[in-house]
Design a protein around this ligand. Structure first.
Ligand code: F6R
Length: 612
């Protein structure tokens, strides 16, 4: 959480930093700030609110300069306010810092610094860090990089930081531990950012700073050391990211663009992995573990939020086809238990961002206990793929809308491939069945396209229910994770209270909520629980609830009962989540737009949850 951008070189830094911060707003948008140096001096502008508020505020001020740092914040320590916005400055106002992460021992450090005469302006943990650097530099009489290195050695927590010194303006110092930081390498210039999106239009050459590394960056010089002072040789990698992938491309919102991208993203996710001719799956990322997969006794899936919902579909798929017991755990709960894990266990960690703090901590715990860890991740080069033993990328492309859409369907696609791959290794599925499943999986992108064509109907339904205060989502079997995901989408972007339940659980409590104002969304496609779901629909209708049903094309029975139906193409039950989730994403989207909500940046949320 929080996005950071830095620039040092020959161009005007302000537009680069502001544009970069806008690209990183998915990481937080409580406040924004920039510190910029020019020949006449030094300016810091900070404002609560979005980057555009900061832009307006500074529009009549001096924004010139070719060295700058900027920050967009997701508040942890200290409310969103001008004063708590980054950059934060040292006691003597000489050093300025932007920070993503949390300094866990900040309160002890703060007390010590106060006792030695430091005065703090903000309630943030970040300000403590820059005071500490200042103090060390003054006492030890050392250069800034060395002072930062010593300070970071006494800090507990996670950080990606960039520091600027107004008295020594030809350099930036950057460092990371636990929060991402990318350095873009230009000719006579460097770019620094939380991810590559602010950098991609200026250079394709990047260095992913590693944990415990600290960088001294000058326009024509880059020096990287580890915190233990060992000099590192930077590895320059070429970015695959394309600029079009991070722009709205004519859509009103990133979320809508990303929903519409799903036929393509699911296809990209399968590309090169399905061999229809031989009825085989190839997953290069976990190939070396193919033998191990034959003997595993248990799989534990760890994830958070939407990725956890994808995990539930994985449980269904792996148990069905590979016949291995699966447990699906919230990473945040798993990490604080004393989970029983051994070397025969495989952990699958799912994360779109690859930076989620709880998922990372769960991985570390399972690793210590000897388990094999596979990652399913979207962001290439993120932290999770670095700490897992092996993994499979989802290749959905950048997901910028805070609410996850195409990442979910890509995760489900990878889980489907993994389940079938394990089945292939174990021999639990006849080749004929495997081939028919793969053929059907291959047709899913076209079927998603068919679902997208019903958007206009979904918009009409949205208009009817947009003023609801509560909403229930019900499904059975593979429809249950879809119900959970539909409810999460609606609540996070429209602020309507929504709950997802297994349909049969309704009568154990939630049924008490149903009245004539309550929309109840059913996943009622023709599958093994169709008849049972029909009974549940009748129970809701008997209590005058408003039924919205996702049904199989050509269905007549549910249509007789439901107030509104959305048809999806027929498909094997296991592929249901890939199709039935799409109308729920669209329903949430349209309702949120009609309610005037900011769908791409819902309140209080951030896309990359790097705090526990
Ligand atoms: C919901 C959403 C979140 C994320 C969760 C995990 O739309 O996006 O619930 O799924 O924060 O994030 P990742 O997948 O990046 O680990």
């Amino acid at each position: 959480m929080c996005g950071i951008v830095g620039y040092i070189g020959f161009r005007e830094a302000w537009p680069i930093v502001i544009k970069g911060l806008k690209r990183l707003e998915y990481r937080g948008y409580d406040s924004a700030g920039v510190a910029i140096i020019n020949n006449n001096g030094f300016n810091v502008y900070k404002k609560a609110g979005k980057v555009s508020t900061l832009e307006d505020f500074a529009s009549d001020k001096d924004r010139s300069g070719s060295i700058a740092i900027g920050h967009t914040r997701w508040a942890t320590h200290g409310a969103p306010s001008d004063v708590n916005s980054h950059p934060h400055s040292s006691n003597d106002n000489r050093l300025h810092i932007i920070h993503n992460g949390i300094i866990e021992n900040y309160s002890t450090l703060k007390e010590e610094l106060i006792s030695r005469g430091h005065e703090f302006k903000s309630a943030t943990d970040t300000e403590v860090l820059i005071h500490l650097v200042e103090e060390i530099q003054k006492i030890e009489q050392i250069d800034l990089m060395e002072a930062v290195r010593l300070a970071l050695n006494s800090v507990i927590g996670a950080y990606a930081i960039v520091i600027i010194d107004r008295e020594n303006p030809g350099q930036l110092i950057a460092a990371r531990k636990g929060s991402p930081l990318v350095i873009g390498v230009g000719s006579g210039e460097y770019f620094i950012a939380s991810d590559a999106t602010p950098i991609v239009e200026y250079t394709k050459n990047v260095i992913y700073l590693k944990d415990n590394e600290i960088a001294l960056i000058k326009p024509n010089e880059l020096l990287i050391r580890r915190l233990d002072n060992v000099i590192q040789t930077p590895l320059i990698q070429e970015l695959e990211l394309k600029l079009e992938a991070i722009e709205k491309g004519g859509f009103d919102h990133f979320m809508l663009k990303e929903i519409y991208e799903q036929p393509r993203s699911v296809k990209d996710c399968m590309r090169g992995r399905i061999n229809l001719k031989d009825g085989k799956i190839e997953l290069g990322g976990i190939k070396e573990y193919a033998d191990k997969l034959k003997n595993i006794e248990r799989i534990i899936i760890v994830a958070c939020g939407t990725s956890w919902h994808a995990g539930l579909t994985g449980e269904y798929l792996i148990e069905e086809y590979a016949r291995i017991p699966v447990e699906v755990e919230y990473a945040s709960e798993f990490r604080y238990r004393n989970p029983i894990i051994n070397e025969k266990d495989v952990i699958i960690a799912i994360s779109q961002s690859g930076e989620t703090a709880d998922t990372m901590a769960a991985i570390e715990i399972a690793k210590e206990k000897g388990a094999t860890i596979f990652g399913i991740c979207n962001v290439v080069g993120a932290s999770i793929p670095r700490i897992t033993h092996a993994g499979v990328y989802t290749h959905a492309g950048p997901e910028i809308g805070v609410a996850s859409t195409k990442a979910f369907t890509a995760q489900v696609t990878v889980l489907t491939l993994m389940a079938l791959y394990i089945a292939q290794q174990k021999g639990t599925l006849p080749v004929s069945k495997l081939t028919s499943l793969l053929t059907e999986l291959n047709s899913i992108p076209d079927k998603i396209q068919t679902v997208l064509a019903t958007d206009y109907l979904i918009k009409n339904i949205a208009a009817k229910v947009k003023d609801a205060k509560n909403c229930l989502f019900l499904g059975r079997g593979s429809g249950f994770p879809v119900a959970l995901e539909g409810a999460l989408k609606l609540k996070e972007i429209s602020y309507i209270h929504a709950e997802g339940y297994p349909a049969a659980e309704m009568k154990h409590g939630p049924i008490a909520l149903i009245d004539e104002k309550m929309p109840v969304v059913f996943i009622a496609t023709k599958n093994s629980s169709y008849e049972k779901v029909i009974s549940n629909i009748q129970e809701v209708k008997a209590r005058k609830g408003i039924v919205i049903a996702i049904v199989t094309q050509g269905d007549t029975e549910v249509k007789k009962m439901a107030d509104y139906c959305i048809e999806i193409p027929d498909a094997d039950e296991v592929f249901l989540p890939l199709l039935a989730t799409i109308p729920l994403q669209l329903l949430a989207y349209h309702i949120a737009v009609m309610r005037g909500c900011n769908v791409d940046q819902p309140r209080n949320l951030a896309k990359s949850v790097t705090v526990e």
